[in-house]
Design a protein around this ligand. Structure first.
Ligand SMILES: [Zn+2]
Length: 314
């Protein structure tokens, strides 16, 4: 049975049709997040209809519509809790009513990292594990946890989603989440140019002339021995390593899957995080596995089928 899948991001909205663990069709839309979520829904509906038409599927015959959203969400009610500055109208949008009007099929809303975690657990790098976490490294730092074969949600659906906002440097950089020194504020790529410019050696660094100071530029300059880039890279790797150890110890994990926009440097990131965990996460049962995600572009879409089945069986 086919499921319609939506992965809402700050810059792009991905839509797709999923069946039997694979993606039948997909497309991408500009998010135009400043215009709000309500304004994006007609475009999403029309895109899903186009995909169905192309595949010869009647949308009303689909099993449901699953949406991943980049914020904390109420899974039971299908409502967005907060927006952290993206799609500021999101918490007022009745997505269940939209889906009922548009397609007349069941709707499920999930946090984007949790949906991605489900996608990788069911159809990617997480297959075979019962307890794992996903960490998405990019503009922000997203996390989600699978505990004994069930996505961990907690009584208010926040459990496992706030790993990126664990305080790792008390008194450090302020974050939109309301604390100082969380992993996202200290390592997210959004604040990377500011961290580079604050470095006392910045005037002598090749990063000064970089077109954009992102992790790609930092990892490449660090590989060439640039002192500022080496320090920025090593500091980020250390804090991400600490995040992995904190998650592994908090949730008794077997594996942590690493994904997100900066995984072009996976050849450095994965061995470094594995090494950090081997050194610092002393687990009585053995060794935690650090792996890259298998479907970096589609992991949330691939979680849609499992999510709709869960919703329908609830
Ligand atoms: Zn934060």
């Amino acid at each position: 049975m086919t499921v319609m899948a939506i992965d809402v991001g700050g810059t792009r909205i991905k839509t797709g049709l999923v069946t039997g663990g694979s993606l039948l069709a997909e497309s991408k839309l500009p998010a135009e997040a400043a215009k709000g979520l309500a304004a994006a829904l007609p475009r999403i509906e029309s895109e899903l209809r186009k995909l169905c038409e192309r595949e010869g599927i009647d949308p009303a015959d689909c099993h449901g519509v699953a949406m991943g959203f980049p914020a904390l969400v109420d899974f039971k009610r299908g409502r967005v809790f907060n927006h952290y500055g993206k799609f500021v109208d999101a918490s007022n949008v009745d997505l269940n009513a939209w889906c009922e009007d548009a397609f007349g099929v069941p709707f499920a809303l999930e946090n984007d990292a949790r949906l991605a975690m489900v996608g990788e657990w069911q159809n990617g790098a997480g297959r075979g594990f019962d307890s794992l976490a996903i960490v998405t490294l990019g503009t922000g730092v997203g996390t989600a946890v699978l505990c004994e074969g069930q996505p961990l949600r907690g009584p208010h659906f926040l459990a496992g989603n706030l790993g990126g906002h664990m305080i790792i440097q008390p008194g450090g950089v302020p974050c939109a989440c309301g604390v100082r020194g969380c992993v996202e504020a200290e390592t997210g790529s959004a604040r990377l140019p500011e961290r580079a410019r604050r470095h006392p050696g910045f005037a002598d660094s090749v990063l000064k002339d970089a077109e954009a100071i992102d992790y790609k530029a930092v990892f490449s300059a660090a590989a060439a021995g640039d002192r500022v880039a080496v320090e920025l890279r090593d500091r980020a790797l250390e804090l991400w390593g600490a995040l992995c150890v904190n998650l592994a110890r908090s949730f008794d994990l077997e594996a942590i899957l690493i994904g997100g926009g900066i995984m072009g440097s996976a050849d450095v990131i994965i061995p470094s995080l594995q090494h950090f965990c081997d050194e610092h996460a002393d687990m009585p049962w053995g060794r935690i596995t650090i792996k890259p995600t298998e479907h970096p572009d589609h992991m949330a879409l691939l979680g849609a089928e499992w999510l709709i089945n869960e919703k329908r069986n609830a």
